[in-house]
Design a protein around this ligand. Structure first.
Ligand SMILES: *[C@@H]1O[C@H](CO)[C@@H](O)[C@H](O)[C@H]1NC(C)=O
Ligand SMILES: *[C@@H]1O[C@H](CO)[C@@H](O)[C@H](O)[C@H]1NC(C)=O
Length: 813
């Protein structure tokens, strides 16, 4: 319809134009669509078209229009695309001729193609990518692609739209050539950290009806800019670590984050402490922020650390934080014992609570680990006292005695309360110094010592010993002989005591027959100040030596003695002829006398009593027996070696005195005695003389002996080993022999009754030194037993001036 209208208009306008027809059709009509009734419009018969072989002539290669000769119409031969045909040119028309033969005629036909909105605005690419730094400033322009719409006129591209419009605005820039530049302008700063990617849609819209549009996706990647500093997750961190933790222990981990990207968020950690030695102890892992221990951590050095940490990204932005590390105590320090002052020596008389040592105790640990308790070993007289905290004093808490313990090893042990507990100890050696608190003590409460008479002067008799429990000078004992007298003589003239050794020496030679024992006191004194002393009694017992031979008292031996015993021929067997009486001034065995017949005229007639010296007949006297019988009797003591004396006993075997006299001349060849009286007188005189001489000899011998002894004493420096008789030890009344027998004094009241009495035990038979005498006087007394008897027949007294020999025998006729 519309085509027809157009045709009509053109016919009207081209009425004068011969053979020219114009049509207007829209593009994109379907094939076979009617373009125009050409026959009618040209006023030609349809036959003419057929006959004239009407055909279209065109220079174009493609034929869009075809002629239907039968119907006389022009039809669309193929799709007509205005945009393909004319592009942007307007108006767009197809020009061709219709040629007729018979006759040949031609007509020009113009078919104008009108545009329809059949093309959408299109972008060359559906997506456009941008990378824009977040640091891009506002106003920055980004050129966008234009869209193309093949349509023309109103159907062409009319405008662009960009959405969303948060950051960017669209700016259309009209170029001089009529083209439009489409730009995107940054209106608001970008922030990668908020939005890393922005998608925009650019829409191009044409003006056709219906409107058509094309879109393009704009993808903007916001590039990072280092606009964010690292940030620690906490401004301060806290951590604790036990001391002595091994190296490499992770103390804490700090973390910082950076909102930036890539290298801008690559954080490195570091420690920034400079003044302290934190960096020698701690290290931070640059990459992961682990704080490690690289040094020794000691609670006692530092109880906490403040570590300044820095996090920095590669762009140089930083953040800092602090890490507080508390060091936790471990019981790693043993108590330390310091001796502040001490005395190595303390006197044994120190008072209680005397301070010996001051001790200071330290434990570097804290809390329980630093609580220290101290002990000392037990059973010692010391105590440990705590004064103020950490100070202790070691004091004495009971009496000291050097003599029991002269040294103490005091071990002070201190331990803390940690788990496990640590302890340490120190040993003090304390010497106890001596005080003179012990007197010397003798080994025995009293001493008895023996010395054999006739000793060498200077002979050591015995040693006393006293011990002193003290020490050194206080224990140095000296021995002192205490003054006393023995028989009125200073004891020092008898014995001396060696001050150092306590050896008791005899000063003189002792004579048992003069003194049998004596005692004195020895004092032992130590060297302390003041000195202490004690004393002991020493009794010296003098032992007898067999130094005196037996002395025959009867029969008296005189040079020309005529004494004879008479035996009647009628005498029975066992008749007591006489009795040999002898004494020995020695004692004991040494005075134990035995009598033996040594020689005899007729051994078969007499015997001698071994013990008592009695001479008896052992057979009947016969007439054949000689009148004169001579017997030699030996008297021996029992000493070692024994001493002896011999005595000759004349026996006359006769019944009457004249017979005796007649025979007696044979005894003494020199003289004859006719008178009994004369005989007795001579006999008495002879006996007296003999005794006198004997006494004189004894006195002189004693004098000489003493004189020699004193000389020996002066000259002899050699030690003298005393001789003790092996078999005899006189134990003063406890032995078998008693001293009462030391002196045998025999009296014979009647020899025929064989009556010989010995002094009884208990009688005081003494040999005494008589100081009143001008010389040495030996006196033998038998006081009680003999003298007390009224008819005491026998007393022997020997004196320098006078010698009495009284009534030695009463011969029984
Ligand atoms: C003390 O110790 C010393 C040396 O260790 C030792 O010789 C001494 O016998 C000890 N004394 C005591 C009383 O234990
Ligand atoms: C000897 O010792 C005793 C105690 O044993 C004492 O009584 C006496 O006084 C002492 N004698 C002297 C002379 O010291």
């Amino acid at each position: 319809m519309k085509g027809e209208v157009l045709l009509f208009i053109s016919l009207l306008s081209l009425g004068s134009v011969i053979g020219q027809v114009s049509y207007t059709i829209p593009e994109e009509m379907a094939k076979g669509s009617l373009v125009g009734n050409i026959a009618q419009d040209l006023g030609l018969e349809s036959k003419r078209l057929t006959s004239g072989k009407a055909r279209i002539y065109t220079r174009d290669s493609d034929e869009y229009i075809e002629l239907n000769r039968e119907r006389g119409v022009l039809l669309v031969k193929q799709r007509i695309d205005r945009e393909a045909l004319c592009r942007q040119t307007t108006p767009c028309a197809l020009h061709f001729q219709i040629i007729l033969d018979n006759p040949m005629e031609f007509y020009s036909v113009t078919v104008q193609i009108t545009d329809i909105n059949d093309n959408t605005p299109t972008f060359e690419k559906s997506e456009k990518k941008f990378k824009i730094s977040e640091s891009a400033i506002t106003g920055a322009k980004f050129v966008l692609e234009r869209a193309v719409d093949l349509d023309v006129g109103l159907n062409d591209l009319q405008r662009y739209e960009l959405k969303p419009t948060d950051h960017f605005a669209l700016k259309i820039h009209n170029n001089a050539d009529g083209n439009k530049n489409v730009e995107m302008v940054l209106q608001k700063p970008l922030d990668r950290e908020k939005q890393e990617q922005i998608s925009l849609v650019l829409t191009a819209v044409d003006g056709g009806d219906p409107q058509m549009s094309g879109t393009m996706l704009i993808v903007i990647t916001v590039l990072d800019h280092n606009d964010n500093a690292p940030v620690f997750t906490q401004p301060t961190y806290k951590s604790a670590v036990t001391e002595n933790s091994p190296k490499g222990t992770v103390v804490a981990t700090v973390t910082a984050s950076d909102a930036d990207q890539g290298s801008n968020c690559k954080i490195t950690y570091s420690i920034t402490n400079t003044l302290d030695d934190v960096r020698k102890i701690f290290e931070v892992n640059e990459q992961n922020g682990e704080v490690l221990l690289i040094g020794n951590i000691d609670f006692e050095d530092s109880r906490n650390y403040q570590i300044n940490l820095l996090a920095s990204d590669e762009g140089g932005l930083t953040d800092s934080c602090k890490l507080f590390v508390d060091v936790q105590d471990m019981n790693d320090n043993e108590p330390e014992i310091n001796i502040m002052s001490k005395s190595n020596v303390i006197s044994e008389d120190a008072e209680l609570n005397t301070v010996v040592t001051m001790i200071n105790i330290e434990d570097m640990d804290s809390g329980e680990n630093g609580n220290v308790k101290c002990l000392i070993n037990e059973n010692i007289p010391f105590a440990l006292k705590k004064s103020t905290n950490n100070f202790h004093s070691l004091v004495t808490d009971s009496d000291l005695d050097r003599e029991t313990a002269s040294q103490y090893n005091i071990t002070v042990t201190c331990s803390d309360e940690g788990v496990p507990s640590l302890s340490s100890s120190v040993t003090l050696t304390l010497q106890i110094s001596d005080v003179n608190d012990n007197a010397p003590v003798f080994d025995s409460s009293s001493y008895e010592a023996y010395i054999v008479e006739n000793n060498t002067p200077g002979l050591s008799i015995f040693t006393v010993r006293a011990r002193d429990a003290d020490w050194n000078q206080n224990a140095r004992v000296s021995y002192i002989l205490e003054d006393s007298s023995v028989n009125g003589v200073q004891v020092s003239s008898y014995v001396s005591v060696s001050a150092d050794s306590g050896v008791i020496h005899a000063v003189r030679s002792f004579d048992y027959e003069q003194i049998k024992d004596f005692h004195f006191r020895v004092k032992a004194q130590d060297g302390g100040s003041p000195p202490l002393s004690s004393n002991v009694t020493v009794k010296i017992l003098i032992q007898d030596q067999n130094d005196n031979p037996p002395q025959v008292l009867y029969p008296v031996q005189t040079g020309g003695s005529l004494v004879a015993e008479m035996v009647p021929r009628s005498a029975d067997v066992g008749y007591l002829v006489t009795k040999v009486v002898a004494v020995d001034v020695d004692s004991g065995q040494n005075a134990w006398l035995s009598y033996k017949l040594q020689k005899a005229t007729d051994r078969a007639l007499f015997e001698v009593g071994l013990q008592n010296g009695e001479i008896r007949t052992i057979r009947q006297v016969t007439d054949k027996d000689a009148v004169k019988q001579r017997l030699t009797v030996i008297v021996e003591d029992n000493g070692q070696p024994s001493r002896s004396a011999t005595v000759i006993v004349n026996v006359v075997v006769a019944d009457s005195f004249p017979e005796v006299l007649s025979e007696f001349t044979d005894f003494t060849q020199d003289k004859e005695y006719n008178d009994n009286l004369t005989f007795y007188l001579v006999l008495a005189l002879a006996v007296v003389s003999f005794l006198f001489i004997t006494c004189l000899v004894v006195i002189i011998s004693v004098k000489i002996y003493r004189w020699r002894q004193s000389r020996i004493m002066c000259h002899s420096n050699l030690p003298v080993i005393p001789y003790y008789p092996p078999r005899y030890s006189d134990t003063l009344g406890t032995g078998t022999l008693q001293h009462v027998y030391n002196y045998e004094v025999c009296r014979t009241t009647d020899s025929r009754k064989s009556d010989c009495k010995f002094g009884r035990a208990g009688s005081q038979n003494v040999l005494i030194m008589d100081p009143s005498s001008t010389g040495t006087m030996q006196r033998i007394q038998s006081e009680k037993s003999i003298l007390d008897e009224p008819d005491s027949p026998l007393e022997v007294r020997c004196n320098l001036q006078s010698i009495y020999f009284l009534n030695i025998v009463s011969l029984d006729k």
